[in-house]
Design a binder for this molecule. Structure first.
Ligand code: CA
Length: 366
């Protein structure tokens, strides 16, 4: 403590000395040193409930790291879904400045711009590694931020769940025809595909799904995978656990920042925020990969019935997804631009991953 106080005191004295020595009456010299000491306190609105230490936990990692790296100069107060704003209104809150920043999934907001799905995932699209590669190093983040500029928001990749499970069904769905009339909670473009297959689709935020499933407002739901799903209690309301979640093969979560708040942030705190986003993102993926296997075992030993989606459901859904993508691309040039870039990356990655990655996974995982 004493050493830290001493160091802070030294920095302030040095800054004061710099101002004092400027000598010519101008305060410009030395002023930035004082400016960098100004405390910055932000509110972060999350789309997720506090109970999920995987996905919501990443926002807490972000806050911890930002505070630690800035020596307490920059702090984030993290609000779970419903505390500052409802879970599905995080993008609006960041746009309006109700929150300086947010944690969400961009596919919740495809009603504002359908191309926002590319910031998260696309049914039958890329896996976590592939999607993150595209966002971080393949030009994806720049393209996606071209969309967010319309909303006065900057979006940073904020973690990934890996391939998701297909979710919880009260009754079995052995073939494509069994999906007709089913009421299911499924967000984003996955929901559009399910709707094309005859499902009655609902968007419900994470913390509100269980009561809807339990009361029979919905017949089925998806969320993420064993660890989160067990915490949310879906196995207590539906027995059949389907896989894979073809609509979310590698969904990337996002941290949003209000553009004005970002522009007002000193450059060293911008660097700290970006670095902390990456650390939070790594923590999210690692937590899922460590916590899912034992949760999966617990669910199976508790009597959950595991079911693979039938071939006709997989094929029918893939066809519907391709149709939605090409229809959107045909009517919206800005959608087409981002779709074509994403699709080129997906194809190249698929070809490359089909060699060493696939051969190894098939041998080692079986
Ligand atoms: Ca999901």
């Amino acid at each position: 403590m004493k050493r830290r106080e001493f160091l802070q005191g030294s920095v302030l004295s040095a800054a004061a000395a710099a101002v004092g020595c400027s000598g010519n009456g101008s305060s410009s010299q030395g002023a930035p040193a004082i400016q960098t000491q100004k405390k910055v306190k932000w509110r972060l609105a999350s789309s997720f409930p506090r109970s999920l230490d995987t996905i919501f936990g990443a926002a807490e990692v972000l806050a911890e790291r930002v505070e630690a790296m800035s020596g307490g100069q920059f702090t984030l107060r993290v609000h779970p879904a419903g505390e500052l704003v409802p879970g599905l209104q995080v993008m609006d809150a960041v746009q309006q400045g109700t929150a300086h920043c947010g944690q969400s999934a961009s596919y919740y907001y495809t009603g504002k711009n359908p191309a926002l799905t590319f910031d998260t995932c696309v049914p039958f699209g890329m896996t976590a590694r592939q999607q993150e590669a595209w966002l971080h190093e393949g030009g994806g983040s720049e393209l996606v931020n071209g969309l967010f500029a319309d909303f006065g928001i900057r979006s940073f990749p904020g973690g990934n769940t890996g391939v998701q499970m297909g979710g919880w069904f009260k009754k079995e769905v052995p073939s494509l025809g069994d999906l007709k009339g089913l009421k299911m909670r499924i967000p984003g473009m996955g929901g559009d595909v399910m709707a094309a297959l005859g499902v009655s689709v609902q968007q419900i935020a994470g913390g509100e799904i269980f009561p809807a499933l339990e009361r029979g407002v919905i017949d089925a739901t998806e969320w993420v995978g064993p660890y989160d799903d067990e915490k949310l209690g879906f196995h207590k309301a539906a027995r059949f656990y389907y896989y894979p979640g073809w609509w979310e093969p590698g969904p990337s979560l996002s941290f949003y920042v209000n553009q004005k708040a970002w522009d007002d942030l000193p450059s060293h705190l911008q660097a700290i925020f970006k670095t902390a986003c990456q650390e939070a993102a790594s923590a999210m993926q690692a937590r899922y990969d460590v916590k899912n296997p034992p949760a999966f075992e617990r669910l199976l030993s508790g009597g959950v019935q595991l079911r693979p989606f039938a071939g006709d459901i997989m094929k029918g859904a893939q066809e519907a997804a391709r149709q939605i993508l090409s229809e959107q691309a045909a009517k919206d040039p800005s959608y087409r631009k981002i779709y074509e870039a994403w699709e080129a990356s997906r194809k190249a990655q698929a070809k490359w991953f089909s060699t060493a990655e696939l051969a190894y996974a098939q041998f080692a995982f079986s």
